[in-house]
Write a protein that binds this ligand. Structure first.
Ligand code: C5P
Length: 300
């Protein structure tokens, strides 16, 4: 493999997100069906003596200042280097196109892209399952992105059951302005009380729909964090409520604050985009992606 590898790091949405209970280790037991979409970062890996990360691109300005060791992509490279005996380096360049801290999994996807790309570049031949395990050391979300496409995740997020590619209608994503985002995942989980916990059946229903090749519809989607957006993310709640009043069915992305609408044949995407824009959110038409396109690696 050449000394330069380029990997797509797709964003995700959640078709479902259920919390079953709080665990003894402080994490929450999840059932969720995740889906990669065709909004993505581009991660370029180059041979180097040490591990380093540089970030540019349209969404790079939204990143908080932080030491490189806290960067998920850096931690992914370090984990794989250690697995391979240690001492390996790589220069990681991330072109940030996925809005940061928006509930779209961008940082986690970068980490998984680094694992997939370095596995190829360093010719390690680690099976996907092993990369998923290493990804779980980096965070709860990265394991999903090792597989991409549609997948059911459980545990704290580290258990991934790949599903067939989903039949999904076009999606209209709505992201909030940069200054309204913050690191909020832990706070969103902490805001959930036992009354928000569910059995996981909604998620199993979506797994069944996808496995049968049926088209996903609004009525079968559910996200537990919508029970706390009113108190935790009032701007998102106001926007989603306004759209509901106009007859739409918004769905939160992960722990928010982004959300999405499914587009049906009778929807006018331009009108809906205008409605989203008026509410102070940025509309982006996106598509669900296949596992194959979500995990493409190129030598350049
Ligand atoms: O694993 P990760 O570092 O991505 O999680 C960030 C925070 O979100 C955790 O520290 C925890 O507070 C919360 N979390 C949780 N249950 C999960 C995943 C994350 O409570 N399944």
């Amino acid at each position: 493999m050449s000394g330069v590898v380029r990997v797509i790091a797709p964003a995700k949405i959640n078709w479902t997100l259920e919390v079953l209970r709080k665990r003894a280790d402080g994490y929450h037991e999840l059932r969720s069906v995740l889906q990669t979409i065709d909004l993505h970062d581009v991660v370029t890996l180059r041979d180097a003596r040490e591990i380093s990360v540089e970030i540019n691109g349209p969404e790079a300005g939204a990143l908080p200042d932080a030491p490189p060791e806290s960067n998920l992509a850096y931690r992914g490279a370090l984990a794989l280097s250690r697995r391979a005996g240690g001492g390996r380096g790589v220069r990681i360049s991330i072109e940030k196109r996925v809005p940061v801290a928006a509930g779209l999994g961008g940082g986690s996807s970068d980490a998984a892209a680094v694992l997939r790309g370095l596995n190829r570049m360093w010719e390690l031949g680690e099976p996907r399952e092993n990369l998923g395990e290493l990804a779980g050391e980096v965070g709860s979300d990265p394991p999903f992105f090792v597989f991409g496409g549609a997948a059911l995740i459980s545990g704290r997020g580290e258990q991934v059951e790949p599903l067939p590619d989903a039949a999904a209608p076009p999606i209209l994503l709505a992201t909030p302005p940069q200054n309204e985002r913050g690191e909020k995942t832990a706070a969103m989980f902490a805001a959930l009380g036992p009354e928000a916990y569910t059995a996981g059946d909604v998620t199993l229903g979506v797994r069944e729909t996808i496995s049968a090749g049926r088209q996903l519809v609004d009525a079968e989607l559910q996200n537990v964090f919508e029970t706390v957006t009113a108190s935790m993310q009032p701007q998102t709640e106001i926007a989603m409520d306004a759209l509901r009043a106009q007859g739409h069915v918004p769905h939160l992305c992960g722990a928010g604050p982004s959300f999405f609408l499914l587009l049906s044949a009778r929807d006018d995407a331009r009108v809906m985009s205008d409605r989203i824009r008026v509410l102070g959110f940025e509309p982006r038409p996106v598509r669900a992606t296949t596992r194959r396109s979500a995990t493409t690696i190129r030598a350049v």
